[in-house]
Design a protein around this ligand. Structure first.
Ligand code: HEM
Length: 390
């Protein structure tokens, strides 16, 4: 090992690089760092598993309208362990969105987005958009009824925008309707463009974090603490203390992913049929708030809301919350605003989930209409007509 190191060092003069790496490994993390600060590491693990399972799926998947569905069937029922790889990829996509949102909440509440870490936050917002882009493009690939019609509905919304709308839709789906060309485009974006973007942005995100260190709870108008000050304030070394904590979370999350894939394997519906619209088509849960909003407001307003939200997130550290305070209790207005917006988005998601379904609560069955409004279903035995409303 020593000889190998000398061989490289003689040629590349690696001593300064080695010193920088070692310094970095031992750099302490602030004293308030706890388990909530391990979600970023869990995301790195999940995204790596996602890349690996994605590459394995690519070996058998065929991105054409004629073959896509059959190739997924073959992955599920013929390819050895194909069902497990596909199920892990499927569950991984959900866990990544959940963890990315939790990670963003943790950074928000600890004020980790504030000066001088605005860029880390903005790169994070871009990462979130890329993750949602993966979900959007991946949804179509199985080419079953839900995938096909879900994408038809989702791509119809932007078409309502004046002037640019129809052009955007045509560019997205490669024609006037969701067809072979759409599958080809979504596939290229899903397996090439987005992974390229993800890896570059993740590299930049992690580089910034290692370079600047995790934020302390000091006000932003005070100087950043030096490693010696962090140690005095109870900070632990990044290696091995925080790395061990990160590894434990990664281990648990990996266990959750494998358990979900084993216990609840991904399923596949019936092949896409452009002539037969199934009832109750809905997007993935993380797009439900946007989908539900379109039912209450004019399309032009609804379609512009998600990009506006991204803009607000980008502007958060630059314009919206520039006070020097990090503690959530000392920036009550921004925290209240964040909670209200999150609650509204959550409520829209729940209404979207319930809409056009029936559920029984305390012995009474309700039908939730398109807008999510509940109507009591009157029992036939009570003398009313089943499906009737009061
Ligand atoms: C691909 C997804 C992501 C990965 C792999 C990732 C990874 C990480 C890691 C490992 C850390 C350090 C430890 C921790 O706080 O957990 C971190 C910190 C940070 N992340 Fe992310 N992150 C991702 C997405 C995001 C998103 C969506 C945002 C915000 C919109 C964000 C904003 C930040 C910021 C500002 C910090 C520094 C916080 C501080 O110093 O207190 N990240 N990220």
């Amino acid at each position: 090992m020593q000889r190998l190191w000398e061989w490289f060092d003689e040629r590349l003069h690696l001593a300064p690089v080695r010193r920088a790496l070692l310094d970095n490994l031992h750099k302490p993390v602030p004293g308030h760092v706890n388990w909530l600060f391990t979600m970023g590491a869990a995301l790195i693990l999940l995204l790596s598993v996602q890349l690996l399972t994605g590459v394995l799926l690519m070996v058998y998947y065929k991105p054409t309208g004629r073959e896509a569905f059959a190739s997924i069937e073959s992955i599920m029922y013929e390819v050895p362990l194909g069902w497990l790889i596909r199920s892990a990829h499927n569950w991984g996509s959900h866990l990544i969105v959940i963890l990315a949102l939790l990670h963003m909440f943790r950074v928000f509440f600890y004020g980790g987005f504030k000066k001088p870490r605005e860029l880390t936050w903005i790169v994070g917002v871009m990462l979130l958009a890329v993750i949602l882009g993966f979900g959007f493009t991946g949804y179509l690939l199985p080419w079953d009824q839900v995938a096909y019609w879900g994408t038809v509905v989702a791509t119809e919304a932007p078409a309502s925008l004046p002037v640019l709308g129809p052009i955007t839709r045509e560019f997205m789906i490669g024609g006037n309707e969701v067809a072979d060309a759409t599958l080809g485009r979504f596939y290229v974006v899903h397996v090439f463009l987005l992974p390229l973007l993800l890896l570059s942005l993740m590299g930049l995100h992690l580089l910034l974090i290692r370079y600047q260190g995790i934020s302390s709870m000091r006000r932003t108008d005070e100087p950043e603490p030096t490693p010696a000050q962090l140690r005095v304030d109870g900070g632990e070394p990044f290696f091995p203390n925080h790395v061990l904590r990160d590894s434990a979370t990664m281990y648990v999350i990996f266990g959750v992913l494998v358990s979900l894939a084993l216990l609840y394997p991904a399923h596949i519906g019936s092949p896409a049929d452009p002539l037969n619209t199934p009832a109750g088509i809905k997007p993935e849960w993380y797009f439900l708030p946007a989908y539900q909003l379109l039912k209450y407001v004019p399309e032009v307003v609804g379609v512009n809301m998600p990009p506006l939200l991204v803009l607000v997130l980008v502007l958060l550290p630059l314009v919206i919350d520039t006070s020097p305070e990090r503690h959530p209790g000392r920036r009550p207005r921004v925290v209240a605003g964040w909670l209200i917006v999150s609650a509204v988005i959550g409520l829209l998601g729940v209404l979207g989930h319930l809409s056009e379904t029936s559920s029984t609560f305390f012995g009474t069955t309700y039908h939730f209409d398109v807008q999510g409004v509940p109507h009591r279903v009157v029992d036939v035995a009570e003398g009313g007509e089943e499906g009737g409303e009061d």
